[in-house]
Design a protein around this ligand. Structure first.
Ligand code: AVI
Length: 323
């Protein structure tokens, strides 16, 4: 494997990221209702808590998607051209991509993530097991346009976006992301994407209100991160985690609820909370197969095949570019 480290992170990126974090936090807490972007959950502590979430008995998406990728590996590999470059939008645990790499004859792997450190660790982890695979990490915000490495210019492209991360985008953002992925991957590309499905409210509720309280810690960590990185003074015990299913909007909503009237300061700005006031920290949209395929069609992709588990909890879709 060749790891082309030159594409990976630079030292000043940290400062850029911190100032973007600061301006987003100030802007979002100044809104009515208050909110925070879910992308800020994932510092080192939040990423570790998320890994713990994926192992919780109540959190079905990760193990269900892995089961689909494992069981349908042959069908997936049959539609992927030999020697294609696999472009993964976001680099997390390597478990899912390993399944694809084992089952399909990819010529190169391009993990794309804003965190260069994460990319390096991911590339290192794959090096041992796939010695013949070329890996070209790209440090970029995958929701915005970025250039693919020249080395894969002549290879067919397959995008990979597992985990139902698409569900954390508002519907218009999901459409914009799919359009942008289509532009980045170019003509005659394919996309393999994992999408969580709408289901009974109890299962959804439990998945985001686990008995061990890990999701609550994950949610509250964003306030702790503001305290650590932006010198905030949020009193963590004065907020509680709440996750509800909003059936009309087909989404789980995560909130942090202020237990009392209080004021928190961040970077010299004061934010006042009423008792019971919420900060909306995440939406996790759940799709029906029809609503997802309509979204894909409206975003420049043609659904080629969809796979679900037996219980219809989660779906994996193969899309091809529309023209
Ligand atoms: C990453 N994302 C798809 C997770 C989800 O289910 O929306 C994030 C998460 N939030 C709470 N639990 C897991």
């Amino acid at each position: 494997m060749n790891v082309h480290a030159a594409a990976v992170t630079t030292a000043h990126r940290f400062d850029e990221q911190t100032s973007a974090f600061a301006s987003d936090v100030i802007g979002d807490l100044s809104q009515q209702p208050k909110r925070l972007s879910p992308k800020y959950f994932y510092d080192a502590i939040g990423s570790e808590l998320f890994e713990q979430i994926t192992l919780l008995p109540e959190y079905y998406p990760t193990r269900t998607e892995l089961g689909i990728l494992r069981d349908r590996g042959r069908a997936i590999s049959s539609i992927i051209p030999k020697g294609a470059a696999l472009v993964e939008f976001g680099a997390g645990a390597t478990t899912k991509v390993r399944l694809l790499l084992q089952q399909c004859a990819f010529g190169a792997y391009v993990p794309v993530d804003i965190s260069g450190d994460f990319l390096k660790a991911q590339a290192e982890a794959l090096r041992k097991d796939f010695p013949d695979l070329d890996v070209y990490p790209v440090a970029a915000d995958f929701t915005a346009p970025f250039a693919l490495p020249d080395a894969i210019a002549n290879m067919p492209k397959v995008g990979f976006f597992p985990g139902s991360t698409l569900g954390n985008f508002e519907p218009h953002e999901a459409c914009a992301f799919l359009r942008s992925a289509r532009e980045i991957l170019g003509k005659d590309a394919q996309m393999v994407i994992g999408v969580d499905l709408e289901k009974d409210e109890r299962t959804l509720y439990n998945a985001y209100n686990d008995a061990a309280g890990i999701t609550a810690r994950f949610n509250l960590n964003v306030l702790d991160r503001i305290n650590r990185e932006l010198g905030g003074d949020f009193e963590l015990p004065a907020f509680i985690h709440r996750a509800i299913y909003n059936r009309e909007r087909h989404r789980i909503e995560m909130h942090l609820i202020s237990k009392k009237a209080q004021t928190a300061r961040v970077l010299g700005r004061s934010f006042s909370f009423r008792a019971g006031e919420s900060i909306h920290t995440e939406s996790s949209y759940k799709y029906s197969l029809e609503r997802f395929t309509a979204l894909a069609r409206g975003s420049g992709w043609t659904p080629r095949e969809s796979w679900t588990d037996k219980a219809g909890m989660f779906s994996v879709h193969a899309l091809v570019t529309s023209d």
